[in-house]
Design a protein around this ligand. Structure first.
Ligand SMILES: Cc1cc2nc3c(=O)[nH]c(=O)nc-3n(C[C@H](O)[C@H](O)[C@H](O)COP(=O)(O)O)c2cc1C
Length: 319
């Protein structure tokens, strides 16, 4: 069984991923938040900054390794997509993922992300050229549809016609954004039609929700977790091993200190550091329900010192 960390734009960037994988186990690979497909002449080196290979890390078991990372590209134009894919192949990546799920109107309105799901012809054009790049495998991450769950059924013959590495399905519509029920019947139908490896993604928030999905979809062997793995960073470990080693509080504190230190090194000015840390804390309220009030008040701190005092208050009370 494989567990993948889902891409969360703005959150699971390189600093986050490196700190996360230094402190927590359970995941086998990560998908990076999307970068835009750009034509060669428009591309600057910093476009790929988040994806430059970092140093190998020491894992929890003392082994030295780099978490396998798959870059993700958002676009709908075959030439720009293929040129961006080639740069990523030159950086050493052997798989890239195509984003066919982004729900935001600004993106979807331009027939990108989930906005491309009703247009199988455009999807075929991009796949025809990108699947022809030597040494590079293509996977896709998609929803059931833009506003119609039949979109994916009409798209499946095209996906089946191309040699994709895998197909990651988040069973919502683009118009649902990240809310409302997931459509598990829709997922089952799509997975049955798909001849590629299918990865399930959506609303795995604890071991019970994972086990329920596993029981319902015994043919699925790869799972992708996003928000649930930030709300509870021990989740992948719990799923894989059934238990969490060590003192949770101490491990959480060490991770938060680590990521805070890294952001202070790489970001310019306290406001940016605070924004990043507040975003993470916005998720952590789930495992600290008793600290709801204090975590909410964290959103209002304006200085690093106030942040540190507030965090010491939250984590200190749990000792
Ligand atoms: C803030 C945020 C940013 C996201 N950014 C991306 C992204 O860059 N690429 C992508 O394919 N999905 C993105 N997603 C979708 C997630 O990867 C995932 O499909 C979705 O959250 C459902 O999985 P989950 O319930 O495990 O979080 C994003 C979701 C959120 C909430």
């Amino acid at each position: 069984m494989m567990l993948h960390l889902a891409p969360l734009q703005g959150l699971t960037n390189r600093v986050f991923r490196e700190a996360y994988f230094r402190h927590f186990g359970g995941f086998d690979a990560a998908l990076a938040p999307f970068i835009l497909a750009l034509r060669g002449s428009e591309v600057k080196a910093r476009h790929f900054k988040d994806l430059l290979p970092g140093p190998a890390e020491e894992g929890l078991d003392g082994s030295s390794r780099r978490m396998p990372l798959v870059p993700q590209v958002l676009g709908n134009e075959p030439v720009a997509f293929a040129e961006t894919a080639r740069v990523l192949a030159d950086l050493g990546y052997t798989e890239i993922n195509w984003n066919l799920g982004c729900p935001h109107q600004m993106v979807a309105g331009k027939q990108q992300g989930s906005g491309l799901l009703p247009f199988p012809g455009r999807v075929a054009e991009v796949l025809d050229s990108s699947c022809a790049i030597p040494g590079l495998g293509i996977s896709v991450k998609l929803r059931l549809g833009r506003s119609d769950p039949e979109d994916i059924m009409r798209l499946m013959p095209i996906l089946n016609d191309h040699p994709l590495v895998k197909v990651i399905i988040h069973p919502r519509l683009g118009t649902q954004m990240y809310r409302g029920e997931t459509d598990l019947d829709g997922f089952a139908r799509a997975a049955e039609l798909c001849r590629h490896i299918v990865v399930y993604n959506g609303d795995i928030i604890d071991r019970a929700s994972f086990e329920a999905l596993r029981a319902r979809f015994p043919g699925i062997d790869e799972w992708m977790i996003g928000r649930g793995a930030i709300s509870n960073p021990f989740l992948a470990e719990e799923i894989k091993t059934g238990a969490v080693a060590g003192d949770r509080e101490a491990r959480l504190r060490a991770w938060l200190n680590d990521i805070y230190r890294s952001y202070r090194e790489v970001l310019y000015g306290p406001a940016h550091v605070l924004d990043k840390m507040k975003e993470i804390w916005g998720y952590l309220g789930v495992i600290y329900p008793a600290e709801k009030k204090r975590i909410e008040s964290l959103a209002r701190v304006r200085t690093l010192l106030d942040y540190e005092v507030a965090v010491a208050g939250i984590l200190g009370t749990r000792r």
